[in-house]
Design a protein around this ligand. Structure first.
Ligand SMILES: *Cc1c(COP(=O)(O)O)cnc(C)c1O
Length: 430
């Protein structure tokens, strides 16, 4: 496949950008080769600078759930562009998006918009500590909650891909209040709770997407809700990836649970930098200017981002796309498994709603440890054969593939064909 222009840009980019990228997973480090540079995208398709066309399963790691440049989203953005980009004073769009989001999450009375998922989570943790008057937090191995200091431990995909245990530059003091538990293992949570009296919150991706897709067992998630309640510990649902993606009300609606604080991002900005955290009144009223938890942002609630978010969520709600996502994901699962079987390749397919991925392992994947039994060399082979056949997957074994409403039957049939070709190639590996 022709990648000359990407190679040229990659070489140029390395001079003034770190690794020629602004987020590590874009560097294609775990799949080798040259990272592609994008020229443009429309609907379900994305085009690199060499003119290669791909069906896009990266979708900017989730936000582009309607596909690229949806007509209604684009026209809402254009309208706002002509009124101005940012003011440092409030706009109606913020109120409108807040209402759409709060209506979708029963446990959420108020919300605060920020600029990224990272910012949403770090603010939620501060709020949980203030509300409970306690310091410690429990997080799960393999879950990613952005790159703030206290959460950069056992943090899933990006780090797992680069085989980093955590990050340099994070002082021990910053993580001494972070306790690590195992996903789908309630005993590992209970143990921490028995040994520590000062736990403010448990933070979880209710459906994990950053160690590949891993869903919780019903017992695990329900026990977690009960345990936190019984111990006056807040449950923080990090739905930056799953919010409006697994279902309109997020993973919580699917699982029938209600967290104390919910973090959002990705889809709610429809492609612009937006994050948010929300909770019931009693908790949110502790945030400045009503309360003493300080948190601010020059561009927070940016009018263009709000316009994009409102248009995206309004269209999503109208489409009621979730049953169709399930059907497509089921179809892909079936063919990944069939193709793997035909070629003697061990594969585990995990999926939930519009998130799906294939782990190259024979072991069932239920937590970070089992995810790591995957053969990343096989994934690498699979990834590049898919690229050659016009399918852009996230360049990591440990990232979810995302579906968009813009994907057509024809697209999915093309993907199916690519899967058989790629799997045959994996089967031939020694
Ligand atoms: C992407 C993600 C984040 C971080 O969001 P950014 O916008 O990249 O800062 C946090 N939590 C989860 C679950 C995510 O998937």
């Amino acid at each position: 496949m022709k990648l000359e222009k990407s190679i040229e840009l990659y070489t140029k980019g390395k001079r003034n950008l770190v690794g020629a990228v602004n987020s590590p997973v874009r560097a294609f480090k775990s799949v080798g080769g040259v990272p592609i540079f994008i020229e443009k995208a429309k609907g379900s398709k994305i085009y690199d600078v060499d003119g290669n066309e791909y069906i896009d399963f990266v979708l900017s790691y989730g936000p582009m759930i309607l596909g690229h440049r949806h007509r209604k989203v684009e026209s809402a953005i254009e309208k706002q562009l002509k009124r101005g980009y940012t003011f440092g004073a409030s706009t109606k769009g913020e109120i409108d998006l807040a209402k759409i989001v709060c209506d979708a999450f029963p446990g959420m009375d108020k919300i605060r918009f920020v600029n990224s998922g990272t910012e949403a989570v770090l603010s939620a943790i501060r709020l949980a500590r203030a509300y409970t008057g306690k310091d410690k937090i429990i997080k799960f191995s393999g879950c990613y909650h952005g790159h703030s200091d206290s959460l950069l431990v056992a943090a899933g995909s990006g780090l797992a891909t680069l085989s980093l245990p955590g990050s340099k530059g994070v002082p021990e003091d910053a993580v001494k209040n972070t306790l690590i538990a195992e996903f789908n293992n309630i005993d590992s949570v209970e143990k921490h709770m028995n040994m520590n009296k000062d736990i403010a919150a448990v933070i979880i991706e209710p459906i994990a997407g950053n160690m590949g897709v891993v869903q919780p067992t019903r017992d695990f998630i329900q026990d977690l809700v009960e345990l936190t309640k019984a111990n006056d510990i807040l449950l923080i649902a990090d739905e930056v990836m799953t919010g409006f993606r697994s279902k309109f009300g997020g993973a919580q609606e699917l699982l029938g649970i209600e967290a104390d604080i919910t973090c959002l991002g990705k889809v709610i900005g429809g492609g612009f930098p937006v994050g948010a955290y929300g909770a019931r009144n009693e908790i949110m009223e502790m945030v400045s200017p009503l309360g003493d938890v300080y948190q601010a942002g020059t561009l927070s609630g940016n009018p263009i981002a709000m316009a994009s978010g409102i248009a995206t969520l309004t269209e999503l709600k109208k489409l009621d796309i979730y049953p169709a996502f399930n059907k497509t994901a089921r179809f892909l699962e079936k063919h990944i498994k069939l193709a793997a079987k035909e070629n003697g390749v061990g594969v585990q397919v995990n999926r939930f709603g519009s998130m799906i991925n294939a782990f190259f392992t024979k072991e069932e994947v239920t937590d970070f440890k089992s995810a790591q039994t995957s053969d990343t060399n096989k994934f690498k082979e699979f990834f590049w054969r898919m690229m050659e056949n016009g399918v852009f997957l996230p360049p990591s074994q440990f990232e979810s593939w995302f579906l968009a409403s813009a994907m057509t039957k024809k697209d999915i049939l093309k993907v199916k064909k690519a899967i058989y070709i790629a799997m045959e190639s994996v089967g031939k590996m020694k």
